[in-house]
Design a protein around this ligand. Structure first.
Ligand SMILES: [Ca+2]
Length: 492
């Protein structure tokens, strides 16, 4: 009897197991966790890519990611300065919440949790090449490595050590198109300076056109570097299950662009591809922010975004699900270069909608581009928040020329506490209408929107504070004259 009972029990168990297996087989398998490749350029502005309609920049890799994935028309960095922008990407938080990390050449304390660490703890393999978080120092932050991940020489080298049963998270931080450039290199490589669509805030001169051609050449270098990563994914059969993001940390290194809160400072190219989950060939018009990447990656990996993350996952926009319309975005800045007496910051907060850009300059008595007298690096002295190069040199040398005086003033001289630009009439943001009575209503609305955001996100500047941004250590020292391109790039 005992034997029969045992056999009956065994049969019943086998039947139950078979049933459970058949039920399991009928259910869809749990979604595989995607690999994540985040490719970030250094100082690349929207709309300098073929798919955005630029007739000069050749960007086949970006155009491919966009056509096989989603192209974003209104993606904005959180701050137009390397360190706080990258800190916002990694933490999913506004730079003003990151203490010293809100400044260039600073520290990012370990308490500000970063998505590569969180994914690693959840079983991802993590790697980074070239420029990760920074520039800055991890000394005293409690961190043992760059927050973007452990260093690898290249994506190919990283892939060689990739086990088959683990997803990966990879950060590719190009050094391009950061200055310095080899003067004339763009034209020499076949880029026609005369064909460039000149941003109206820059003087239209042969020197500046040539400088932009050099920048375009470096945009193309970044694109080609990412093209190699796409090829490696294809060769490894991983393209389908890998999220690829291509974007930039801040805008082009030219006067009134990088290190400001204007259009060419903060508006970023962005394309995201994920064939396994995201239908390709789509364009998203909603406003999105660099703070949105960390919550997106966590959600894609099946994790919950952290409560302190102020960014919002882009997953609903990527998969085409219903989501609240995103009709505005915030941008900001604190201290960029060490270029004011006392090493002071130049704090700005701003809100961008489809129709307006409203800017609040919190310390309007300070110089927005740096003191006129502070000497920094090569070129004429002063205005150290503008990277040295032929365009800056030309503008300063011609500041008294009637044709250039207005553009010099817009780039370098002091600004009122409030700026408002009517983007339908003035997309180049040259004509501040903040004091015009017909804009009083719009200004009042945007001012309230900005105030609410600052209060809701615990911005130290919300109640007149924020002086700590003036005193956080600047760990870069004085930039040395460039001794060679790679060396100089590390310095900035
Ligand atoms: Ca940058």
């Amino acid at each position: 009897m005992e034997r029969r009972a045992f056999l009956q029990r065994l049969t019943a168990t086998a039947a139950a197991t078979a049933l459970a297996d058949s039920v399991r087989a009928a259910e869809p398998p749990p979604p595989a966790r995607p690999n994540i490749v985040f490719a970030i350029a250094d100082d690349w502005s929207w709309p300098h890519a073929g798919v955005y309609g630029d007739k000069v920049a050749k960007t086949p890799a970006f155009d491919r990611v966009a056509s096989e994935g989603v192209l974003f028309a209104r993606a904005y960095t959180a701050a137009a300065s390397c360190t706080p922008s990258r800190g916002a990407v990694l933490t999913g938080q506004w730079p003003h919440r990151l203490e010293a990390g809100g400044n260039l050449w600073s520290h990012l304390d370990q308490k500000f949790r970063c998505y590569p660490d969180l994914l690693e703890a959840a079983g991802y393999r993590v790697g980074c090449s070239r420029k990760g978080w920074g520039p800055g120092s991890i000394e005293g932050t409690g961190r043992s490595r760059n927050p973007a991940g452990p260093p690898f020489k290249s994506f190919d080298e990283f892939l060689k050590g990739q086990p088959k049963d683990k997803p990966f998270c990879y950060w590719f931080g190009s050094h391009e198109p950061h200055r310095p450039y080899a003067a004339g290199s763009g034209q020499k490589a076949g880029i026609n300076p005369d064909a460039i669509a000149m941003p109206p805030f820059l003087p239209d001169t042969p020197e500046v056109r040539s400088d932009i051609a050099d920048y375009y050449l470096e945009v193309q270098m970044f694109d080609s570097q990412v093209g190699d990563i796409l090829k490696a994914l294809d060769a490894a059969g991983l393209a389908e299950i890998t999220i690829v993001v291509m974007t930039s940390d801040n805008g082009m290194p030219f006067p009134r662009a990088k290190a400001n809160c204007y259009e060419f400072s903060t508006h970023m190219p962005l394309a995201i591809r994920w064939p396994a989950r995201v239908k390709g060939g789509r364009k998203v018009e909603d406003f999105v922010s660099a703070t949105d990447y960390a919550p997106t990656f966590l959600e894609a990996a099946g994790l919950k975004p952290l409560p302190e993350m102020t960014g919002r996952s882009l997953m609903p926009l990527l998969v085409g699900a219903d989501a609240p319309k995103r009709d505005h975005v915030f941008v900001e800045r604190e201290r960029h270069a060490a270029c004011r007496a006392g090493n002071l910051s130049y704090p700005i907060r701003a809100v961008r909608t489809a129709d307006f850009l409203y800017i609040r300059n919190l310390e309007p008595d300070r110089w927005p581009a740096g003191d006129p007298s502070t000497s920094l690096g090569p070129g004429p002295p002063g205005y150290g928040d503008i990277d040295g190069g032929p365009s800056k040199t030309w503008l300063i040398e011609h500041k008294d020329d009637p044709k250039a005086a207005r553009l010099f003033k817009l780039a370098c001289e002091k600004r009122p506490a409030e700026e408002l630009y009517d983007l339908k009439k003035d997309p180049a943001e040259l004509d501040n209408v903040a004091d015009r009575p017909e804009y009083a209503e719009a200004k009042k609305r945007l001012r309230a929107q900005l105030d609410a955001w600052m209060a809701d996100t615990a911005d130290p500047r919300a109640k007149g504070g924020g002086a700590e941004f003036d005193s956080y250590p600047y760990v870069g020292g004085r930039p040395a004259p460039p001794k060679g391109k790679a060396k100089a790039k590390e310095k900035q």
